[in-house]
Design a protein around this ligand. Structure first.
Ligand code: ADP
Length: 200
């Protein structure tokens, strides 16, 4: 099935935009949701994580201790690579499984780190980037997650730059000071284009 990968920096509005496509009957496969599911209690990544990192990274309920793991991988790139070597193949396999079950004219895969993690670009037919100013990202994420400005900046610093993301884009939705109504009109135009490209 024709697949559009949607990406954008933290707080750019990719979930908001993806939901507008879903409202038009497009199947969504969200790699963040899958990442959470495989590290939830009984999640398929948990045995390997427990083996590689030790039981202290497993919470009482059997899920990943996210706070502890976040702190580790934030400062330790080797640990990050070890974690990703476990999770990424599982996320890819689960994504494929959901893709095969998808209904609708085409499907949209939500991949926050599509530009950063190279291989995703080859797994989708088209890349849609949701773009906004860094100041907008900061304001939104401070509000949404109750993060400090520095916390948001630290996350943004680990993500691709706005320029790198735009360079990888086939299509762009600009989401700065945009009403949901205006966003919906952009989504309508893109949706028509994707339906045509999908030959659906
Ligand atoms: P992402 O998934 O890229 O991290 P979200 O879609 O969750 O971003 O958007 C971040 C926050 O900003 C959310 O609280 C969302 O409701 C809000 N938001 C995004 N776009 C708009 C917009 N055009 N107008 C108003 N609020 C928006």
């Amino acid at each position: 099935m024709f697949a559009v990968g949607i990406t954008g920096g933290i707080g750019s509005g990719k979930s908001t935009v993806a939901d507008l496509f879903a409202a038009r009957g497009v199947s969504l496969v969200d790699t963040d949701v899958i990442a959470h599911r495989i590290t939830a209690p009984g999640g398929i990544a948990m045995p390997s994580i427990a083996k590689a990192f030790g039981p202290s990274f497993v919470a009482q309920d059997g899920s990943l201790d996210r706070t502890r793991m976040r702190a580790l991988v934030f400062s330790d790139d080797t640990a990050r690579s070890r974690l990703e070597a476990i999770t990424h193949p599982l996320i890819r396999a689960e994504t494929e499984r959901e893709r095969n079950e998808a209904r609708g004219p085409y499907l949209m895969v939500v991949v926050p780190l599509l530009v950063e993690s190279g291989s995703w670009k080859t797994r989708v037919d088209r890349v849609l980037v949701v773009d906004c100013a860094v100041d907008t990202q900061i304001a939104r994420v401070m509000r949404r997650n109750a993060f400090t400005r520095d916390q948001v900046l630290a996350i943004i610093a680990r993500q691709a730059t706005r320029e790198a993301r735009l360079a990888a884009a086939d299509d762009v939705v600009v989401n700065d000071d945009v009403s949901i109504e205006a966003l919906s009109m952009d989504v309508d135009a893109l949706h028509r284009q994707y339906v045509a490209l999908a030959g659906a």
